[in-house]
Design a protein around this ligand. Sequence first.
Ligand SMILES: NC(=O)c1ccc[n+]([C@@H]2O[C@H](COP(=O)([O-])OP(=O)(O)OC[C@H]3O[C@@H](n4cnc5c(N)ncnc54)[C@H](OP(=O)(O)O)[C@@H]3O)[C@@H](O)[C@H]2O)c1
Length: 310
Amino acid sequence: MNSVTVLGLGSMGFTIARLFLQRGRRVTVWNRSAAKADALVASGATLAATAADAVRSSDLIVMCVYDYTAANDILRMPGVAQALAGKVLVQWTTGSPQEARDALAWASRQGAGYLDGAIQAAPSQMGQADTPVLLSGDPAVYASVQETLKDLAGNIAFLGKKIEAAATMDLATLSYVYGATAGFIHGALIAETQGLDVGVFGKLVADISPTFGSFFKHEGAVIQSGDFTISESPMRISIEATRRILQSSQASGINAEIPAFLDGLFQRAEKAGLADQELAALIKVVRSRPDAAGRRPVRDGAAGVIAATA
Ligand SMILES: NC(=O)c1ccc[n+]([C@@H]2O[C@H](COP(=O)([O-])OP(=O)(O)OC[C@H]3O[C@@H](n4cnc5c(N)ncnc54)[C@H](OP(=O)(O)O)[C@@H]3O)[C@@H](O)[C@H]2O)c1
């Protein structure tokens, strides 16, 4: 599609519009604060007077605003719903799985094709061959816009027709990122307390990150297969490592809440008899919520509850 409309010109929407312009597309833009379009207009974009005019101008509408409340405010503006009929709306505003389901239902009622997504890169990282973004929705709709969207990101993970897949995988990857962030911060505390250069620690983390990415890809496949026979990393090693981090932190008198949480999880794995399984078996510890007595059952697939830890 050579004509594209971009709704929302915050830091990400502006970058999206700029990349489309740089790739030679005919770009129409609209933003609540019109002045943010000035630089784009100077580079050849057309600023629409209303959101409805912007939608009418192209068959592909890409939207990226602060949140779904903002997106819904724009989509409910006069004339927008009618203008969307027969068009494709790609929603790259970050949202929840339920917001994705609601948005598909609404867009379908307007007769629009709808893809829901999440951007997993900063604006300065957009437009590269390896820029990672997520999308889900009707595969035929995706096929119709795939080439155009490659202007924005070379690494589009299309997750299939479950509309909430992109938002769900975005939550899952953010969970990984913030879990790792907590560990990183405690690591920085350990280094700093010993008078070591925390910048060097950051570099060491960067050096091991590609290897850990491959490792987690393997652990994901293990969980998906349900076969927790040791294949890469026995749980026992991690039980001992997390205990060592906690005990060393306590011994040096630093805040130990992050390692205490991790050690608690791994202790429960040990009590449940998971020490001689693959590390990924830790998921058995967190699959169940505490029961009425505050005990946390550990489930092991077809075997059902194998232990209940305090
Ligand atoms: N920036 C990043 O690093 C990054 C990375 C990955 C994903 N994302 C996602 O991309 C989306 C956009 O982020 P951003 O960084 O571009 O945000 P931003 O710079 O804060 O821009 C927010 C955009 O939303 C619009 N907006 C907010 N409330 C509105 C409302 N009630 N009605 C109409 N428009 C409204 C703003 O319009 P005005 O200009 O008129 O205020 C602006 O266009 C977010 O969902 C974010 O999670 C961002």
